[in-house]
Design a protein around this ligand. Structure first.
Ligand code: HGY
Ligand code: MN
Ligand code: MN
Ligand code: MN
Length: 425
């Protein structure tokens, strides 16, 4: 029984307004009263997943939640063709960072649903299946792993990650079970590579290039090489008032020296788009009159090439070892995640360029993504491609993140045009 689309053919502006209403509806589902924070496998994740599932059903998709907490909305092929046994995956994530912007991830899921609405309202019968995916853990904020739910969909999830714990000591396995997921069924949730036509993601650029060029959309060529590490420094607690400076084994001062060296090394690597960030620090015991004994901090390193990123991590690690000797502290460097450059597939980028070009009336601009995305997992299933949407001043991971209603409407039109283009291939 085909569900009559909730709406008819809309103008681009009307589609943008519909997207804005959906963005606003999701943006109030948060763990914090006055900020947007929605972490993986939390009550807020469940509430947002239910809302997205309802939108998928209204758009004519049959929605279900998979064992990893991803909402999957499926639509079978409506026409026959050589790809009728394949499915085109369209997705992004509905989890956020802490005190997040409302468009990062969420926009891509909403654009996917609105594109399905418009394909149906315009009577466009696709010769392949289509699934819209709302991933629950792209940001990797709650647990020290990232891209978890797309790794499950891509069949590359490392089950050792089930034993990592969040700040309250809850393991990923426990949280998954409490959420209604099923750690034992993760493996069977993976798509089979031959059945996947490709993976498309629409995402805000999170950078300034499109705005500076005065263009609403861009075609992503690749996602930067990225790794996340945990650095731990153990020194010796002591009385802030009595231990002479030359006798201290101050874990925080050692960390501070390493952090400044992280910045200096990253600044040297500008030509490889090298960036390095310390985003999270824990200082124990954390009293103002106690010399810090134990410091742990995150390290996020990215670059346009794997070689440049690995060389920077190597240099940082070597420097940390020297600090270890000079300050008589114990330094540990643990790699939590490592993803090489993920290159978008020419077949998809060609279709995207045609779709974006048709909609914006000028050739589409290509650009690399410094931000990580679920495509870094989904590339394991084959072709992946991304459409970037202009965002004001490139601001992201920040409540001031903003996309215009018109650009959201144009993004849906471009995705519809891209999907149609793939249907003609
Ligand atoms: O960290 C990233 O690049 C992504 O937003 N998770
Ligand atoms: Mn994102
Ligand atoms: Mn993000
Ligand atoms: Mn992402």
């Amino acid at each position: 029984m085909t569900i009559v689309p909730a709406i008819g053919r809309l103008t681009t502006r009307q589609i943008g307004e519909r997207a804005q209403a959906m963005i606003d509806a999701l943006s109030v589902i948060s763990a914090d009263e006055d900020a947007l924070t929605r972490l993986y496998l939390t009550p807020e994740h469940r509430h947002a997943a239910e809302m997205v599932s309802g939108w998928m059903e209204a758009a004519g998709l049959s929605a279900r939640m998979d064992a990893a907490g991803t909402v999957r909305g499926a639509m079978p092929p409506a026409a026959t063709g050589r790809n009728s046994n394949k499915v085109l995956l369209i997705g992004s994530h509905i989890d956020t960072v802490i005190d997040a912007g409302r468009f990062d991830g969420n926009l891509g899921v909403i654009v996917g649903i609105l594109a399905v609405e418009q394909l149906r309202a315009r009577g466009i019968a696709l010769p392949f299946g289509l699934e819209v995916l709302a991933f629950g853990d792209e940001e990797g904020v709650r647990f020290p792993v990232t891209l978890t739910s797309s790794a499950v969909a891509a069949g590359v999830f490392d089950t050792k990650a089930l034993d990592v714990a969040d700040e309250k000591g809850v393991t990923l396995r426990e949280a998954l079970i409490a959420f209604g997921g099923d750690p034992e069924r993760l493996r069977q949730e993976a798509y089979q590579r031959p059945a996947v036509l490709g993976y498309l993601e629409v995402h805000i650029e999170q950078g300034p290039v499109l705005e500076r060029a005065g263009e609403p959309l861009g075609v992503v060529t690749a996602i930067a090489s990225q790794s996340r590490h945990r650095i731990r420094i153990r020194g010796e607690a002591g009385h802030a008032g009595t231990v002479p400076m030359e006798m201290r084994h101050d874990a925080l001062m050692a960390a501070a020296e390493i952090m400044l060296m992280v910045e200096a090394i990253a600044r040297k690597g500008k030509k490889h788009a090298l960036v390095a960030t310390v985003g999270h620090v824990e200082v124990m015991p954390g009293a103002s009159n106690v010399i810090p004994a134990d410091v742990r901090f995150s390290l996020d390193v990215r670059a346009a090439t794997d070689e440049a990123r690995k060389a920077a991590v190597e240099e940082i690690t070597l420097f940390a070892r020297k600090i270890d000797k000079r300050r008589h502290v114990v330094v540990g460097v643990e790699t939590m995640m490592e993803k090489g450059v993920a290159t978008c597939a020419p077949r998809l980028t060609k279709a995207i360029a045609a779709g974006v070009g048709a909609v914006q009336g000028k050739p589409a601009r290509s650009l690399m993504s410094g931000a990580g995305h679920d495509g870094q997992s989904m590339v394991q299933l084959g072709d992946f491609g991304m459409i970037f949407v202009r965002c004001r001043a490139g601001i992201s991971h920040n409540p001031n993140e903003w996309v215009s209603i018109d650009d959201m409407g144009v993004a849906v039109e471009a995705l519809v045009a891209t999907i149609e283009e793939l249907g003609r291939q």
